[in-house]
Write a protein that binds this ligand. Structure first.
Ligand code: NCD
Length: 308
């Protein structure tokens, strides 16, 4: 019998053990090999039906999940909240229960409310995968980020990772902090103080206000986007000022006398957190992250299907 995950849903990295994460990585290694073959499709999820429910905008994550499902031969249905009965006042649990009664086995959901996938898993009888819930967690993004770094380093143990940007509103930040800590890395967060959440101290990580100092310290610079769509107030004077203090350009990168791996989950705001000269320099692993996303999501759905 193959190894199994300790969980039946993927709601957040918080709920995964190090063993679970490593099992997902080993399975992703196999699927990465599969998607680089001439024939990229395997019949592993032939009898499984998956609903992709996107209540919030997405490009990469949606396409990546859909491709992963197609490579695994699953049947899929796609739903996006625009044009749906949500606008008519239907509750989330009712919407999903109606979809499930059409014999759907697994739900991939992106939702603007933090905790939406945990709520759903308590209220419907199906396997739920969180594809991003507001500013809370984005577990598959963290898994693909850590998988990409594992490819580069072999292990994340004792690696120094600097996460810079809008930590307060980013679900990628929280999921990344959890996964990097679970895998033995040291994490610091960086950015304007107004964008650093208070809970950071409870997570046993340090705040580095000075980006240049942080760069000198780290092995990996994880750059995050300012989540303008989630901001109700103004958190820093101007975008220009933010870019001067916390934006990464080639000059700044070259002034650090060591090799740093640069990650970004996308979408990038060129000229704000990352300058085009860095993006186009070949010093980032952004496209590896995107490629690995398909393999990692195949692994997650394959392992969760084994728990159905
Ligand atoms: C991230 C997201 O949606 O949280 N993007 C993604 O999933 N690839 C990061 C972001 O929007 O900045």
């Amino acid at each position: 019998m193959g190894k199994k995950l300790s969980v039946s849903n993927l709601l957040g990295i918080k709920y995964l053990s190090e063993k679970d994460i490593n099992l997902i990585f080993e399975t992703s290694d196999n699927f990465k090999e599969v998607i680089n073959r001439k024939i990229k499709k395997v019949p592993s999820l032939r009898d499984i039906t998956i609903a992709n429910l996107f209540f919030e905008n997405s490009t990469r994550t949606k396409i990546s999940f859909e491709l992963a499902q197609k490579r695994l031969s699953a049947d899929i249905v796609n739903f996006s909240s625009s044009g749906s009965s949500i606008k008519k006042g239907e509750t989330l649990a009712d919407t999903v229960n109606n979809i499930l009664s059409m014999k759907v086995d697994m739900v991939v959901m992106r939702h603007p409310s933090p905790g939406a996938s945990v709520f759903l898993s308590n209220n419907v009888n199906s396997c739920i995968i969180n594809a991003g819930d507001g500013c809370h967690e984005h577990p598959t993004q963290a898994l693909l980020d850590a998988f990409t770094l594992r490819e580069r380093f072999g292990s994340l143990d004792n690696k120094k990772i600097l996460i810079t940007g809008d930590i307060l509103h980013s679900r990628v930040a929280l999921s990344n902090i959890f996964i990097y800590k679970k895998l033995g890395a040291e994490v610091k967060v960086c950015g304007p103080k107004s964008l650093i959440p208070k809970y950071i101290n409870d997570l046993n990580i340090t705040y580095e206000p000075n980006f240049d100092k942080g760069l000198k310290w780290c092995d990996v610079a994880s750059m995050l986007r300012i989540q303008n769509e989630r901001m109700k107030d103004s958190y820093f004077p101007t975008t220009r000022e933010y870019a001067v203090q916390y934006g990464l350009d080639l000059n700044r990168l070259n002034s650090v006398d060591k090799e740093i791996i640069i990650t970004h989950p996308g979408p990038i705001n060129r000229g704000v957190e990352l300058n085009s000269d860095v993006i186009d320099s070949g010093k980032t692993v952004i496209l590896d992250q995107v490629e690995n996303g398909v393999a990692v999501r195949m692994a997650v759905m394959y392992l969760l299907a084994a728990k159905l």
